[in-house]
Design a protein around this ligand. Structure first.
Ligand SMILES: [Zn+2]
Length: 561
């Protein structure tokens, strides 16, 4: 060892020792701060009616932290001299604490965290590692025993995470609740496939998401880390009236295994998947910089996730959006079998048509066609898969969708103007961006698609770009297209959707016209474009009577000029 090396070793040892000391001091300060907080609350007012003493950090009944949970966000203990990351508690919370009422949260709010902060010790996350133990679990919760080990931003449950927050707020759900996963294990074995260990192939879901309670049992039970599944696999029967008709018409036959009876009842394996985004991979799919992606996610969600900015070391984000469901007909292992034929439909949610039978689009008919073809392929010894993505109204949502419908029906509903109507309102014609969609195909071990039951060029291109060839594209049969939905399907074909039929010219498209509202009985509802003004006028003529409450309530109505 050279003298220089020796010197470096000495410096390293000194730095390590300093770090250890610093952490020890930080932890002591944290413990003291915590005690002072608790004392302050206890001396402010004694708990009434002998209610238990408040733990100002978490209302924990488990006692796993011994009541000295490190205050990760304490600016005094930030080892890097980072700015304050806390705010005084909300007035209501402080008042509740002063009155000695039980508070379920910390007396200080941790607005964000920083990588170098004392107490921050995220669990290892080596995305793309095929060994789940080396890869590490996805940990996102902020509970007292988990917050310092987090390696993900966001929340479990996608859009339902907000109902979870409500349930906690109204104290229907305890922060201490520990899920009991007995008998919840997957109902079918899927994988593991080599794709699970390829960090480029799967970037928007956790390939081990159906296994955490069993893979990371030790961490959950011994260290109290809250680790939850993001995937669940179950089995069910499904019954669609159209399939009953298919059996009656002889298009589907009863085999007692996949098609169970003359009612067209079908056996199915179902997989529910919540989104888990590996941010560098997601950015790469869209060909953008990870920093730009983080900034946009932060800014355009009302600044909801500051750790997207402050925790560059955390690479995983669980966005509050809808996930997907996979419906597998026949043996689930066959999806990955290169010798078994695969029929696949990728379907994006359209509640109005899928569930309520609207005839303005081809969604439900195409979905049913997809299910029927998938079932047929499975019956022939191959594999049939339908994947249902929660991307309502081209991921623009139902409100935008209905505004578009109104604009279409109040104008002349022409195929030539179909996409422009959406762009006028939403600024884009489609926000489904299929780049992340093929992840689920990789997860199912799919290496080729024999029959793709979709006409979408965007879905086709995204799949092929991921190295999965599509051998045949199958459009929806003409007889299944509702008359009013010709506007949509012809416009889509013109814009690049696959067809074996005719691609209409722009002039021909202007002759494809949908039903106007005049065809519908509208006698019970005014259809004037001045409807909002009419409503306001009516409200002024018939103001609501003041509430007969003992309290002094004033309602101010601004009169329109
Ligand atoms: Zn639709």
């Amino acid at each position: 060892m050279s003298a220089q090396d020796e010197l470096l070793q000495q410096i390293l040892a000194a730095v390590t020792s300093l770090q250890t000391e610093n952490k020890s001091i930080s932890d002591s300060v944290s413990t003291l701060t915590d005690r002072v907080n608790r004392l302050a609350i206890q001396t402010a007012a004694p708990p009434p009616h002998g209610s238990p003493i408040i733990n100002p950090i978490y209302r924990s009944s488990q006692g796993t932290t011994g009541g000295v949970t490190p205050s990760i966000g304490d600016p005094a203990i930030g080892s890097s001299g980072t700015p304050s990351v806390e705010e005084p508690v909300a007035k209501g919370e402080a008042a509740a604490a002063k009155q000695g009422r039980s508070s379920m949260y910390s007396s200080r709010i941790i607005l964000t965290t920083y990588p170098s902060q004392s107490g921050i010790d995220p669990l290892v996350m080596d995305w793309g590692n095929g060994d789940p133990q080396k890869r590490g679990p996805v940990v996102v919760n902020r509970g007292s025993t988990t917050i310092r080990r987090r390696n993900a931003i966001g929340a479990h449950g996608g859009s339902y995470s907000f109902y979870n927050a409500l349930a906690v707020a109204i104290q229907e759900l305890s922060l201490d609740h520990k899920p009991d996963y007995a008998n919840t294990q997957p109902a079918a074995q899927i994988g593991p496939y080599p794709q699970w260990g390829d960090g480029k192939k799967i970037v928007a879901m956790d390939p081990f998401g159906h296994l955490p309670p069993w893979l990371y049992k030790d961490l959950i039970e011994n260290e109290g880390v809250d680790i939850r599944p993001t995937i669940a696999i179950t089995k069910a029967h499904m019954r669609l009236p159209e399939l009953e008709q298919s059996v009656r018409d002889g298009r589907l036959s009863v085999d007692g295994k996949i098609v169970l009876n003359e009612f067209g009842e079908v056996a199915v394996t179902k997989v529910a998947v919540e989104p888990v985004w590996y941010l560098p991979g997601v950015a790469e799919r869209f060909g953008i910089d990870e920093g730009l992606l983080r900034r946009s996610l932060f800014e355009n969600t009302g600044g909801s996730f500051p750790e997207l900015i402050t925790r560059q070391d955390i690479k995983i984000f669980m966005p509050p959006i809808g996930g997907l469901t996979v419906y597998i007909f026949g043996d689930p292992a066959k999806t990955a079998d290169p010798n078994a034929k695969l029929a696949l439909r990728i379907h994006d949610e359209c509640n109005g048509s899928d569930v309520f039978g609207s005839d303005i689009c081809t969604c439900r008919p195409y979905l049913i066609f997809g299910v029927e073809e998938a079932v047929k392929e499975a019956q022939k010894g191959g594999s049939g898969v339908v994947i249902y993505f929660r991307k309502e109204g081209r991921a623009l949502g139902e409100v935008t969708k209905y505004l578009v419908y109104n604009a279409r029906k109040r104008g002349t509903d022409k195929a030539s103007e179909y996409f422009q109507r959406t762009s006028n309102i939403a600024g884009v014609k489609d926000m489904r961006f299929q780049a992340l969609m093929p992840d689920i195909l990789h997860w199912l071990g799919i290496t080729k698609i024999d029959r793709m039951l979709s006409m979408s060029n965007m879905k086709h291109d995204a799949i092929v770009e991921q190295g999965i060839p599509i051998l045949e594209r199958v459009p929806i049969p003409d007889e299944m297209i509702p008359a009013d939905s010709r506007v949509e399907i012809d416009a889509k074909i013109h814009a690049g959707y696959f067809t074996t039929g005719k691609i209409l010219s722009m002039e021909e498209l202007s002759n494809v016209q949908g039903r106007s509202w005049e065809d519908v009985d509208v006698s019970y509802t005014p259809l004037s474009p001045s409807l909002p003004q009419l409503l306001l006028a009516e409200m002024e003529v018939n103001p609501k009577p003041p509430p007969s409450s003992s309290r002094d309530v004033h309602i101010h109505t601004r009169r329109r000029p």
